[in-house]
Design a binder for this molecule. Structure first.
Ligand code: ADP
Ligand code: ASP
Ligand code: MG
Length: 420
């Protein structure tokens, strides 16, 4: 990507938790950035995450103090990990003889809505970045955090520094946004789960978005959403390999027709799944609509829904749906209060199962290749894996399976579709 750009083109580079996870790593990144700067790439902005494990530590700390900590306090605590990284990175760059200025979100003006812990960026004031470049200074920006109009600290959701970086790249009109991490790019499956996963060198936004949304952790879904909306190319690369090493470029590949695209580009795994089951509900559509409205009102995202109609002659139905594990309690609470408010005669029979995971196959070629569902189900069946729930779209098939069998499910699907 660098070879095709003018050196004065703005570039945003993001370094994730593992890339800044120790003093040596921070020094390594600073050396890399300083050498690019000396090479003429003077219009660079650096976004950093908290040091690896730090955000988990902060989340655990808040939860220990109060499992239901107020959203403002939660965000203020968990956003602090990035503050340390930004300061250390600016100091490390200074040690390399490059001037750098650290910025927290309120100093730069990264303004978000007020949905704490899943805030969305509304605007970024790029003026201070441009002022830095005019003075020959590299701005170093805290990822993950934002600030509301009334100056409250927000966070963008776990993994959200990728989104900070792409949003900043859009705000400053960068040529591309580089996401530096601990793997060479986006693979056909998480290489920690399927070691023979293959690097996908060129990816369309559509596939990247679906893979990110279905649990492939390497890119935050909203960064791909933004990249697609503003046509900002995203390059995913390994912080610890030379500049000319292989990488993934995520951009608009509309020229690749569905017919030419592989039916399945990747297999994803999402372990953050809770399955909620409601048994013996009266067969009445107003109950389904009332339940899901009550759940939506408390801001819980419902994913797969399975609806079992009554047996012939019966009057009750079963309803199953999934949410993230962190939101399952809220969903249950909302369902119970809907039940009470609706003055239902019977007790609500509701259970939560946290021992499931979701595996998915993704590919735009599915639009034009038949048999993907059949291959998916037979691969899982041959591996002895029961499917608990299924959901499909034009370019994905997702199956909820037992958590303990999730890795085996990924391996089975990867070998059925990718390595053959
Ligand atoms: P960072 O700290 O740099 O933001 P993350 O841990 O958020 O890094 O994301 C990188 C990790 O994502 C990798 O170490 C890998 O285990 C995981 N991952 C999951 N799915 C994929 C995939 N399809 N391709 C590459 N990495 C993946
Ligand atoms: N530090 C935050 C997290 O761990 C954001 C990020 O790493 O992107 O979720
Ligand atoms: Mg990440």
């Amino acid at each position: 990507m660098y070879s095709t750009m003018q050196k004065l083109t703005p570039v945003v580079q993001k370094y994730g938790g593992t890339s800044v996870g120790s003093v040596d790593r921070i020094k390594h990144v600073a050396k890399r950035v300083a050498s690019q700067y000396r090479d003429g790439w003077t219009h660079m902005a650096i976004v950093v995450s908290a040091m690896t494990g730090e955000t988990n530590r902060l989340v655990a700390l808040v939860k220990e103090v109060n499992p239901r900590a107020p959203a403002k306090a939660y965000d203020m605590a968990v956003a602090s990990g990035e503050q340390v990284s930004v300061a250390l990175m600016a100091a490390a760059l200074a040690a390399e003889g490059v001037q750098a200025e650290p910025f927290l979100s309120h100093q730069l003006g990264i303004v978000t809505d007020s949905f704490h812990s899943k805030a969305r960026i509304r605007s970024i004031d790029s003026q201070k970045i441009i002022d830095c470049w005019d003075r020959g200074v590299i701005p170093v920006v805290a990822g993950f955090q934002g600030v509301t109009e009334s100056m409250e600290i927000t966070t963008l959701g776990r993994g959200g520094s990728d989104t900070s970086a792409v949003a900043l790249a859009i705000a400053v009109g960068a040529g591309f946004c580089e996401i530096n991490t601990d793997v060479d790019g986006v693979f056909s499956c998480d290489p920690r789960v399927v070691p023979e996963a293959q690097l996908i060198e060129d990816m369309d936004f559509e596939v990247a978005l679906e893979m990110a949304s279905l649990g492939s952790k390497v890119l935050h879904p909203r960064c791909v959403e933004l990249g697609a909306k503003f046509q900002m190319p995203i390059v995913v690369r390994n912080t610890f390999t030379p500049d000319d090493h292989r990488r993934t470029r995520v951009m608009n590949l509309a020229s690749l027709t569905n017919l030419e695209a592989p039916s399945v580009s990747g297999v994803t795994l999402d372990r953050d799944v809770a399955k909620i089951t409601l048994i013996g509900l009266p067969y009445d559509t107003s109950i389904v609509s009332g339940l899901f409205s009550a759940i939506a009102e408390v801001g819980v995202n419902v994913d797969i829904i399975v609806h079992n109609l009554p047996e012939p002659g019966g009057k009750t139905m079963h309803l199953g749906f999934t949410t993230s594990r962190g939101e399952s309690d809220q969903a249950v609470k909302a369902a119970k209060s809907f039940w009470v408010k609706s003055k239902m005669q019977s007790q609500l029979d509701i259970t939560v199962d946290n021992s499931v995971a979701k595996v998915s196959v993704v590919g735009v070629g599915m639009r034009s290749h038949a048999g993907v569902a059949a291959t998916t189900f037979s691969a899982l069946q041959r591996a002895g894996i029961d499917i608990r729930m299924i959901s499909t779209s034009e370019i994905k098939i997702s199956c909820v399976v037992d958590q303990g069998l999730a890795d085996a499910a990924c391996k089975a699907l990867h070998s059925a579709f990718i390595t053959g």
